[in-house]
Design a protein around this ligand. Structure first.
Ligand SMILES: [Zn+2]
Length: 234
């Protein structure tokens, strides 16, 4: 785990359990086009991508022991956002296959995150990652690093945090109503439940969820009648 200024400020005991989370958006280096501004509000920030209204969760055998915890955390997301999760068959590979039209979250345990991170959510799309296309993310890989498997409280916090990313929440570093939010980049084992800013963010992202099987509709929803990416749609 990577030391951070915040960790330095904490007690040694707390610092040992605090680690950085990372979000990896597989974006191209293409110059940014004018974008709809992702809405934010007190206590939360949203990312640029429109979440699916439902996901199939596919747990890779490396993360099989986490299945119940993943679905329990997912239920917390559903309760706040309306975005639903259904447990599907195990993932045969540790990477989303982008086969078929169903948005999937592939859950893996492994060293797929950037150095120092204990978990990450990577967004996978089917058309590439032009600025427009980045708004329509289909599959997500949710990774937890093996070192975190021993601590249930941290696992819970990591799963809540990464699922927040999966449905479109960005990091929110500031305190809100006196607390760090689960979407703070630095997870704490006491984050066993979403906090007030997270709750508001999940409600907000739920309102812009797109039909699970219709990414084209998501582009229309985001850009209006003449979406800039329309030329690229199959
Ligand atoms: Zn994060």
């Amino acid at each position: 785990m990577r030391p951070s200024p915040r960790q330095v400020a904490r007690s040694a005991t707390a610092a040992a359990a605090v680690a950085v989370l990372a979000i990896l958006a597989a974006c191209s280096a293409a110059p940014r086009a004018p974008q709809p501004q992702p809405p934010s509000g007190p206590g939360y920030r949203l990312t640029e991508w429109a979440p699916s209204s439902s996901f199939v969760v596919r747990v890779h055998p490396s993360a099989g022991s986490l299945t119940d915890e993943v679905m329990a955390a997912a239920a917390e997301v559903t309760a706040r956002s309306g975005i639903t999760f259904v447990l599907g068959p195990p993932a045969p590979t540790p990477a989303p296959d982008l086969v078929g039209s169903t948005p999937e979250i592939t859950v893996v345990v492994g060293t797929y995150c950037s150095a120092g991170a204990i978990g990450c959510a990577e967004m996978w799309g089917q058309w590439g990652f032009t600025p427009e296309e980045r708004h329509v993310i289909r599959d997500v890989r949710l990774s937890v690093v093996p070192a975190m498997l021993d601590d249930a409280a941290t696992r819970r916090a990591v799963l809540l945090h990464e699922l927040g990313h999966a449905v479109g929440l960005d990091h929110h570093s500031e305190t809100f109503e006196g607390q760090h939010q689960v979407m703070n980049p630095y997870v704490e084992p006491t984050m066993s439940q979403y906090r007030s800013g997270d709750d508001a963010g999940l409600a907000a992202t739920g309102t812009r969820a797109r039909p699970a099987t219709d990414p084209a509709a998501a582009l229309l929803q985001l850009f209006g009648a003449t979406p800039p990416a329309a030329r690229r749609l199959p």
